[in-house]
Structures are given as structure tokens and as C-alpha cells.
Design a protein around this ligand. Structure first.
Ligand code: PEP
Ligand code: MG
Length: 325
């Protein structure tokens, strides 16, 4: 395994027609950071800060969060890291936070989770903002918010960060050199308001894990449904293409950080509908970089446009045949 990583570490993911694709990795723990050098990923496109909360028996206080974020930035060196504020609540319940409504949530994935919870437990978001701002003192801070469903939620979350920033500046603390804000696109409703929000964003990260469960109304954790709907269905791909078409030509970076991007045929499809940035599980970084080198973007873009206009009976089979050829 180590040898495979070493072999693919230096592979530069240029397509055959010369476009550099950004291949980043997803992480959540201090220990994950060693994978950055091992895989040669372009950075961390999704750091799931809730992992620290999920593995802890008590609420991680601000100083513990600060230490983690600083270690992560130190380990990343000059590679970028995007920190996502906590996505807890719902099915990622933590006993010390009392996030349950009543005995149990009927629909935890659609419940009081992620930014919905952070905006109401303002102390939680404030502490996280302070920890991130202090950890990134003198360097770049990239932060994104999970489960944004309406543009005002992004504005409210950003305001919490900006207030903490003003507080630190008042006290002459060193603050980050630059701060950029982005949001996850994983609630379908946000896609319909994206035009309004885009001018305020530095980047968008499409979370296809949650997005597809909401589009198909199919619980991502239910084994009975795991094989039923396909990421390569016209419904998903048309939706994702519409999103990337909405932001094309605007000064906002867009990428995919769900598991979909780490699978071969899915990655090819994403390239073909306009995505140039993927953040994926570390084990997939090398194989996907290698795959990118075999792809002609122009060819797959034309092919995907045609298939999305009149979908073949089995998109997966069609893509597989295309890839084999
Ligand atoms: C997603 O929903 O696609 C995502 C990347 O976030 P998570 O898997 O942590 O919900
Ligand atoms: Mg998600």
C-alpha cells in the first residue's frame, strides 16, 4: 500500500488536453494529515471539524480546538486547508450537547444539525470561530459552513466570524492574513438561490453525499437503499451540471467534496459536466490523479452534454464503455 502511494504521489493531474485538475483530500483528525504528503494531494478540501467532537467524551473547549486547528495548519505547510464548521446533531449526536428533540428525531438527517444548530448555539460557533481565527494567525484561513439552506444562514454565520475578528483586532491580536468564506452545497434548495449568494462566496463545495440523499429522498445510511439509486443517474448529473453552469465565469471556485468524486466513473462524469476541483478520500487521490491523465476534457464534455440531453438507458454502462475505449 505504501509503495502504491509513493508511486502516485508525484503524478501531476493534467488532462490529456492540458487542464490541471485540483485533487484535494478529505480529513477530520490530526492523524489524517500525514496522508497529505503521502498522497501528494493539493491540500485538504474538507476538514470535518466535528470529528474532534464525536470522539470526545466532553465538549472540546476552545483551547483544545485551537491546538487541533494549529497542528493541522502546521502539518499542511503551504498547502491550503478548508475547515468546515461542525456538522453535529441529527445522526451525529453528541451526548454532552443535548441535540435531540424529544425522545428521538424522526428524520435526523433533515433535523436540527450542522449550521442550523451552530446558529442557535451561538456560543459554540463563537468558540469555533475564535479558535480558527487564532490558529490561522498570520496565515490564510478558509472556512465553510455545512447544510446552508438559505443565503441568510451563510451571512449570519459569517457575521459571527467577523465579530470575533473585530474583537481580536481590538485587542491587537495577530489575525489571519487573509480569510475566505465558502459554503457547502448539499441542500437542494440552496441551488435555486445560488445566483444571489455567489457574489458573497469565495468558493462552493458540493457535498454529494447529503445532496443525493435529499434529491432521491433516500437515507444515505439505509443499507436497503444503498444500491437502489445511482450517482450516475441523469437526475443527479443534470442537477450538478446546472449548478456548475450557474457559476461558470464568476470569480468563485466550485468543487465536489462528497465520496462520489473518489470513484472512477463518477469522477469522469464530474469532469465532463464542468467540475475541475475534487476533494476525496485519501486512498482515492493517487488513482484519481492517474485517471485524470487519461481523460480528454473536450471529448468527455461533448459526450456528457449529449448524454444529458438524451440519456442512454444505462448511464453507468455507457460511461464504462466510453472509459474502456
Ligand atoms: C457530503 O454531504 O457530501 C459531505 C461531504 O459531508 P458529510 O459526508 O460530512 O456529510
Ligand atoms: Mg454533508
Amino acid at each position: 500500500q505504501q509503495a502504491t502511494y509513493a508511486e502516485l504521489r508525484a503524478v501531476e493531474p493534467f488532462t490529456r488536453d492540458g487542464t490541471r485538475i485540483t485533487v484535494m483530500m478529505n480529513a477530520g483528525l490530526r492523524d489524517d494529515m500525514s496522508m497529505l504528503q503521502l498522497t501528494g494531494a493539493d491540500g485538504v478540501g474538507l476538514f470535518r471539524t466535528e470529528f474532534q467532537f464525536l470522539v470526545s467524551a466532553t465538549l472540546p473547549q476552545r483551547d483544545r480546538q485551537l491546538r487541533l486547528y494549529r497542528d493541522v495548519l502546521d502539518a499542511a505547510g503551504d498547502k491550503p486547508v478548508i475547515f468546515r464548521t461542525v456538522d453535529i446533531g441529527g445522526d451525529k449526536a453528541v451526548p454532552y450537547l443535548n441535540t435531540q428533540i424529544g425522545e428521538r428525531d424522526e428524520n435526523p438527517a433533515m433535523g436540527w444539525r450542522a449550521l442550523r444548530l451552530s446558529l442557535e448555539r451561538e456560543g459554540l460557533l463563537k468558540a469555533q470561530a475564535r479558535a480558527l481565527l487564532e490558529a490561522a494567525a498570520g496565515r490564510q484561513l478558509s472556512v465553510m459552513f455545512p447544510m446552508v439552506s438559505e443565503p441568510w444562514e451563510f451571512d449570519a454565520a459569517k457575521a459571527v466570524f467577523e465579530n470575533q475578528l473585530a474583537f481580536l483586532r481590538d485587542r491587537r491580536h495577530v489575525v489571519p492574513e487573509t480569510i475566505e468564506y465558502g459554503c457547502m452545497l448539499e441542500v437542494p434548495a440552496l441551488a435555486e438561490c445560488l445566483d444571489a449568494l455567489v457574489p458573497r462566496l469565495s468558493f462552493i463545495s458540493v457535498g454529494t453525499n447529503d445532496l443525493t440523499q435529499f434529491l432521491f429522498a433516500a437515507d444515505r445510511a439505509n443499507p436497503k437503499l444503498a444500491e437502489r439509486y445511482d450517482w450516475l443517474s441523469p437526475a443527479i448529473l443534470r442537477f450538478l451540471k446546472r449548478v456548475s453552469d450557474t457559476v461558470v465565469g464568476q470569480p468563485v471556485r466550485i468543487g465536489v467534496c462528497g465520496e462520489m468524486g473518489g470513484r472512477r466513473l463518477e469522477a469522469i462524469a464530474l469532469l465532463g459536466i464542468g467540475y475541475r476541483r475534487l476533494s476525496i478520500t485519501p486512498a482515492a487521490v493517487g488513482p484519481i490523479k492517474e485517471l485524470v491523465r487519461k481523460i480528454d476534457l473536450k471529448e468527455i464534455t461533448e459526450q456528457m452534454s449529449q448524454w444529458l440531453l438524451s440519456p442512454p438507458p444505462d448511464m453507468r454502462a455507457a460511461l464504462k464503455a466510453w472509459a474502456e475505449k
